[in-house]
Design a protein around this ligand. Structure first.
Ligand code: BTN
Length: 261
């Protein structure tokens, strides 16, 4: 069977958005969409500009990790110009947009592991990385980087230490990358336009969190914390309740659920 060749038009033609994805800059191969997006943002790229890669050779994950993104998977960064007050909602919007697009295109059920890993059946299918440039009380730009494992095969997955999956592995058949990207951009814009009222986005994100109520281990800024993930607040921080009754508010970190998922 001849593999269908990717065309940018398969994403942009008839895309029903007013600003996200109006300009998509496609690179068959680049180091990281985050780097190119930052350069474009510094050169004054319009909000909603998307940097899309066929493959990344130096894909970046959170906390200095690498992100594997060979051809056939989604690697993109969206440049936005939000208000500072809207910055905490970007994680929630990106997570929900991924969840909605995967569920719409594949019918697969997804969950969010705090703060923004997307899981299918306890295995990571998507990671999100957000980088902001803030000066004073103004966000100069924000870059939302999204990597979705669409086509990652068993040998790639076997080389990743955390439980990992891909849409193809879960569905047992190929998923059209362009369909997922189109839904993703439409959903991101729809959710983004609900701001500055972040409450509906916050509630929808909280309701999808698989982490809440679970015993967790959180690695945050070089320390390891353990407890029950009790709640999240409106800024997206996690409230961890320890066995001695005390609590810690965690703003960023890496969560492992106690059942090892
Ligand atoms: C994580 O879970 O650690 C975050 C992974 C983020 C990966 C995406 S792929 C597109 C963008 N470019 C990168 O280099 N990283 C993000």
């Amino acid at each position: 069977m001849v593999e269908e060749e990717f065309t940018l038009a398969s994403i942009t033609d008839g895309l029903e958005t007013s600003f996200i994805g109006r300009k998509v800059i496609y690179y068959p191969s680049l180091a990281s969409t985050m780097l190119v997006a930052r350069q474009e943002a510094q050169r004054g790229a319009a909000g909603g500009t998307v940097i899309l890669a066929g493959e990344q050779t130096e894909g970046r994950g959170r906390v200095e990790r690498t992100w594997l993104s060979p051809e056939g998977n989604i690697a993109l960064s969206v440049i936005l110009h939000p208000d500072v007050a809207s910055l905490p909602y970007l994680i929630m919007i990106a997570s929900l947009a991924v969840v909605h697009s995967i569920e719409a295109v594949t019918g697969l059920k997804t969950q969010i592991k705090w703060p923004n890993d997307i899981l299918i059946d306890g295995k990571k299918v998507c990671g999100i990385l957000i980088e902001n440039e803030v000066k004073g009380n103004k966000a100069v730009y924000a870059i939302v980087g999204i990597g979705i494992n669409v086509d990652l095969g068993p040998s790639d997955i076997a080389g990743i230490s955390a439980p990992t999956t891909s849409l193809k592995a879960e569905l047992g058949k190929k998923v059209l990358l362009a369909d997922v990207v189109r839904h993703l951009l439409v959903e991101m814009e729809r959710l983004y336009l609900t701001l500055p009222d972040g409450e509906p986005v916050f509630q929808a994100w909280r309701d999808k969190l698989v982490t809440l109520g679970k015993r967790v281990r959180v690695e945050s800024g070089g320390t390891v914390l353990e407890g029950i993930a009790e709640s999240v607040d409106g800024s997206g921080a996690l409230l961890l309740r320890h066995t001695d009754g005390s609590s810690t508010r965690v703003v960023a970190g890496d969560v492992t659920l106690s059942d090892n998922k």
